[in-house]
Design a protein around this ligand. Structure first.
Ligand code: HEC
Length: 182
């Protein structure tokens, strides 16, 4: 009897070994292997509205984002006016110029006078604001920051494209252009 059990066990053990790596062999309990996954854009009956992609919980901010409570209105620009520029003494000209050339130069031009290529070539019909005009000169760093993060008039918002620190560096760059042209 003992021998029979031993022979049976050896047979089971050896029959479990498979030299062919391309076949997974038999599976006795497949439930764990085949979990039911949902495609990103598919319906999911377990979630609210049957949507697989649920938005962030209301009132929460992802760790890589910063909460900016102001929107593109003149009232909010005034509210943002008192925001302190934390990088006022840490102007990184090289980095700021890179950002400016990437995001702003097409419209505002290399000198910040609003004569960017997009406008002078006639492709963009609205004259971009010059940083050298009185309005921009008289704005606080907080207001300029607001214009970049939330947009201004016909100009769209750029806040969602860059970290907060980069927007402050762009404010510093506008100040730098204003001093240069003064
Ligand atoms: C597609 C063109 C375009 C781009 C790109 C653009 N702007 Fe503007 N910007 C404008 C226009 C047009 C205005 C004026 C809007 C108005 O008067 O309604 C403006 C206004 C502004 C103002 C307000 C100035 C004032 O006189 O009050 C600031 C500050 C500014 N832009 C900064 C930037 C910065 C920094 C970038 C890059 C991150 C940028 N803009 C990218 C078109 C652009």
């Amino acid at each position: 009897m003992k021998y029979r059990i031993l022979i049976f066990s050896v047979l089971v053990i050896f029959s479990s070994c498979d030299r062919d790596r391309n076949t997974p062999g038999w599976s006795y309990f497949p439930d764990m292997e085949e979990s039911q996954a949902y495609e990103t854009w598919s319906k999911n009956p377990y979630f609210e509205g049957n949507k697989m992609m649920v938005g962030p919980v209301e009132g929460t901010v992802a760790t890589h984002e910063h909460a900016y409570q102001f929107v593109k209105t003149p009232e909010d620009e005034l509210r943002a006016a008192s925001l302190e520029n934390p990088l006022a003494d840490e102007f990184n000209q090289e980095h700021a110029e890179l950002l400016y050339n990437r995001f702003c130069i097409v419209c505002h031009g290399p000198d910040g006078n609003g004569q960017g290529h997009l406008f002078t070539s006639g492709k963009y019909p609205i004259q971009p604001a010059s940083y050298l005009n009185e309005r921009a000169m008289n704005k606080t760093d907080g207001q300029l920051f607001h214009n970049i993060r939330a947009g201004f008039g016909v100009m769209g918002p750029y806040g969602f494209m860059m970290p907060v620190e980069d927007s402050w560096q762009l404010v510093n760059y506008i100040r730098h252009l204003q001093k240069e042209q003064d």
